[in-house]
Ligand binder design. Structure first.
Ligand code: PEP
Ligand code: MN
Length: 339
């Protein structure tokens, strides 16, 4: 942390700031200029609020250099994290993992039809919501445990791992036998009690970016899970809210390389929620792989026009197969391949 003193600060003011920094465990390096004194405070203090120092007499401004997320930060594991999903599947290595399936589990026929289509095109993980966070309380809310049973059965039948959204603490144990990855949705990115409980499990967690979360807030949410000892966190960019109304959300593809630099955690991209429009999903999925995403999450429905949720952004099976062919060409251009 750098504390720049005002030009008018007295020696007494400077000494008081130094004393406060030392009291809080920092080592202080002083640089006395002709007009201004700058204090460099060195120490691993994630809990210190820089604004506390801005309030002290004689301080001009305070600039934080260290990151507040210690476990999620790149320095914790400079070589990057690979998440083992089981059955030889890893996220975060050379191979890009494709996760696909319907927004919601609606029925056996719908799920099995969609799962067969995504598996035959090359997806490795089946997605499908059993507990649905819907904007309207009157919209389809999901099949609950029956949906989870169908997901597991379809996953096993078509050799796919399974990911599904967990919305509250009471669902963690219920879901454990059925899913390989817990999904935390955008609405729950800052449900800190849920994150802490997921930190106690040893199952991978995909943490979606909050709809208006900064990257720092998102990484601090990952830190909540990791602080409990669960280091298998996959970040997922799913679009943020901006002033643009043409798309459902604005997909921030720059978040992929930014997170890869700031953090060792693997990063996924969800172009379905990221754009909300079927015809925009394919180009944004291609762009996300080119930008370095470790996984892609895509909504695919065997009959999108009949879907109970997110039909307008769900790909038809033939479109998904075409996307997979394209991704198999794009990945080698950046030294990767599709898992
Ligand atoms: C979903 O994946 O279907 C979902 C509800 O996602 P998000 O939390 O990104 O809206
Ligand atoms: Mn959806």
């Amino acid at each position: 942390m750098i504390v720049a003193m005002q030009e008018s600060a007295s020696e007494d003011d400077i000494q008081q700031v130094i004393a406060e920094l030392v009291k809080r465990g920092f080592e202080v390096h002083r640089s006395t200029g002709a007009r201004q004194t700058v204090l460099g405070a060195v120490g691993q203090r994630a809990d210190v609020d820089a604004r506390d120092f801005e309030e002290l007499r004689g301080v001009s401004h305070v600039h934080r250099i260290g990151v507040p997320y210690k476990l999620a930060g790149r320095a914790f594991r400079p070589d990057g994290t690979q998440i083992d999903i089981g059955k030889g599947l890893k996220i975060g290595g050379d191979e890009v993992v494709i996760m696909a399936g319907p927004c919601s589990v609606e029925s056996r026929d719908q799920l099995f039809g969609s799962a067969e289509a995504v598996a035959s095109a090359g997806a490795r993980v089946l997605r499908g919501g059993a507990f649905k966070p819907r904007t309207s309380p009157y919209a389809f809310q999901g099949l609950g445990e029956d949906g989870l049973k169908l997901l597991r059965e379809a996953g096993d039948r078509f050799h796919l791992a399974v990911i599904s959204e967990v919305m509250e603490i009471s669902q963690i144990g219920l879901m454990a036998p059925y899913v390989d990855i817990y999904q935390v949705g955008t609405r729950n990115m800052q449900n800190f009690n849920l994150l802490r409980e997921l930190g106690k499990t040893r199952k991978p967690v995909m943490l979606k970016r909050g709809i208006s979360a900064t990257i720092e807030e998102w990484l601090l949410s990952a830190e909540y899970i990791m602080a409990g000892g669960n280091y298998d966190v996959l970040l997922c960019e799913r679009g943020i809210r901006t002033f643009e109304t043409y798309t459902r959300n604005t997909m921030d593809i720059s978040a992929v390389p930014i997170c890869k630099k700031l953090s060792h955690l693997p990063v996924a991209a969800d172009p379905s929620h990221g754009t909300g429009r079927r015809d925009k999903v394919i180009p944004m999925a291609r762009a996300a792989v080119a930008a370095g995403a470790d996984a892609i999450l895509v909504e695919v429905h065997c009959q999108p026009d009949q879907a109970l949720s997110d039909g307008a952004q769900s790909l038809y099976p033939a479109q998904f197969a075409e996307l997979m062919d394209q991704l198999r060409m794009i990945a080698p251009a950046i030294g990767r391949k599709i898992a």
